[in-house]
Unconditional design. Structure first.
Length: 493
């Protein structure tokens, strides 16, 4: 049986002409380079971008400006999640920071709807839009590792895979997600969980500095010493404060070989497996990262899967993993020595995937008897739905709640309800069914991970807890017009 492991809602649409099926149409003449473009403003109102302005922007860029009708446009507009089908008016494929400055200025001056694409891996589709301008960082993927200082300078369009490969040549690594073709920018700005987060903290906890283009068109060096308020805000505040064109990360020694894989327990053992997992993660050494999945198995039944990556000393692996290896009667055991780079790709899907994905999630502070009962007795995984609990403790909790914008320091798991299917006609029915299931799980959660969820209808204030007031004030200072709004949006105070 083909099984998909853990790896949206649409972004804001504007009021321009509609094509059959309700899609936004952008009027272009015979040559798109010589046409006025119908576009969408931040307010959602229709507007026109004059051909002269398009021509001038195109000429000013070292990279490429794409508009509807051009040869590369169709491929450039697609993002990872097959559910997202947007048609931007302009796509600025930026070659450097100067290009990003010009594109941000262009959008601000015309009050155009603006999306920022790093890796394009946003579940809700925030990295694109209908009728607006997309700043596409994909040409900017350079990675420079300094082994002597254990640092890496990474361009804003790079994927985790690019950083992992360069760092592992020096037996170094930092926390960067669990799907290798995820962009580092969105991952890091929203927090950044990964297989190394229990050991080294979140991706944002390993940031030394960022080059950030803010809404005023300025390229700023942001660090503990330069723009410290912004540095606080971008470590968990997502893309609310600007376009990150480069990152500097702290790296850590990491053996290129880890022990990784998963154990699978059939339906009759699901409750026991969840209880065992909860106890395991309450006292496991930080070198052990383990996640829990409740997923389809066979013949209409489901299974619990415990996924592990042990990155500690090889001589200690057997002792650490022995309790897990001896637990229950697994029907599948793939745990073995493998490269860290291989472990980082185990959940990869194509960079542009035709599958339609939707996700609801929230942070869990304890595996209560009520939650365990719901997962074991009431939730029914199927070919198109599963639950994944990503461990969220260890070094993540070493950082005080108000030290960075990311505030969920006391969670033990990031629990996700993931759905996937193929047909667009099934979108609304599947989303509705998932919302109904999530309504049962939500009472056991507190807040949500901004990198994965569409914005909570209750708003972002409760999600950031004691950090929200400061975030809203900084948003007003650095982005008063809310130019950067396609995200888990923090509105200016």
């Amino acid at each position: 049986m083909k099984r998909r492991d853990f790896c949206g809602m649409t972004a804001v649409a504007g009021a321009a002409a509609l094509l059959p099926g309700g899609r936004l149409g952008l009027a272009v003449a015979e040559s798109s380079q010589d046409a006025d473009l119908r576009a969408v403003k931040l307010s959602g109102a229709a507007t026109t971008v004059e051909r002269a302005a398009v021509r001038d922007l195109r000429a000013s860029l070292s990279g490429t400006l794409l508009t509807p009708g051009e040869a590369e446009y169709e491929g450039a507009r697609h993002v990872w999640n097959g559910m997202i089908d947007k048609h931007p008016a302009l796509i600025a494929r930026c070659a450097d920071t100067a290009d990003v400055v010009r594109a941000v200025t262009f959008a601000r001056e015309r009050e155009l709807l603006l999306a920022v694409r790093g890796g394009g891996h946003s579940f809700p589709g925030y990295s694109t839009c209908d009728g607006g301008l997309v700043i596409d960082l994909s040409p900017m993927r350079s990675v420079v590792v300094q082994a002597d200082t254990r640092t890496a300078r990474v361009a804003g369009g790079a994927w985790g895979a690019h950083v992992d490969a360069a760092a592992q040549k020096q037996a170094l690594a930092t926390t960067l997600g669990q799907i290798s073709n995820t962009g580092v920018a969105g991952l890091t700005l929203g927090g950044g969980f990964g297989w190394l987060s229990r050991r080294f903290g979140l991706a944002c906890d390993n940031l030394i500095g960022v080059e950030l283009v803010t809404a005023d068109g300025k390229a700023r060096r942001v660090s503990e010493h330069d723009e410290p308020d912004l540095f606080w805000a971008i470590r968990g505040g997502g893309g609310n404060f600007g376009v990150a064109t480069s990152f500097e990360y702290r790296l850590h020694p990491l053996n290129p070989t880890v022990v990784a894989g998963h154990l699978e327990f059939p339906q009759a053992q699901v409750r026991d497996a969840i209880e065992f997992y909860a106890k395991l993660m309450s006292s496991a050494p930080r070198e052990l990262s383990a996640d829990l999945g409740v997923s389809p198995y066979e013949n209409g039944k489901f299974a619990a899967r415990i996924y592990v990556v042990y990155s500690g000393d090889d001589r200690s692996a057997g002792k650490v993993l022995d309790p897990l290896q001896r637990f229950g009667k697994s029907v599948n055991n793939t745990i073995r020595q493998q490269s860290y780079l291989a472990a980082q790709t185990q959940f990869d899907t194509p960079p542009v995937d035709p599958t339609h994905y939707y996700l609801k999630g929230g942070f869990v502070r304890e595996y209560s008897s009520g939650l365990i009962g719901l997962l074991a007795d009431e939730f029914r995984a199927n070919e198109e739905t599963q639950i994944y609990c990503q461990n969220a403790n260890g070094a993540v909790a070493d950082v005080p709640q108000t030290a960075t914008a990311f505030s969920h320091r006391n969670a033990i798991a990031n629990m996700m309800l993931l759905g996937f299917w193929k047909e667009r006609s099934q979108d609304e029915a599947h989303r509705a069914a998932m919302r109904a299931t999530w309504s049962k799980l939500a009472p056991f959660t507190e807040g949500y991970y901004v990198n994965l969820n569409d914005a909570d209808p209750k708003g972002t204030d409760s999600n950031y807890g004691p950090n929200f007031t400061r975030l809203a004030a900084l948003k007003k200072q650095f982005d008063p017009m809310n130019l950067f709004r396609l995200n888990a949006n923090i509105k200016p105070a």
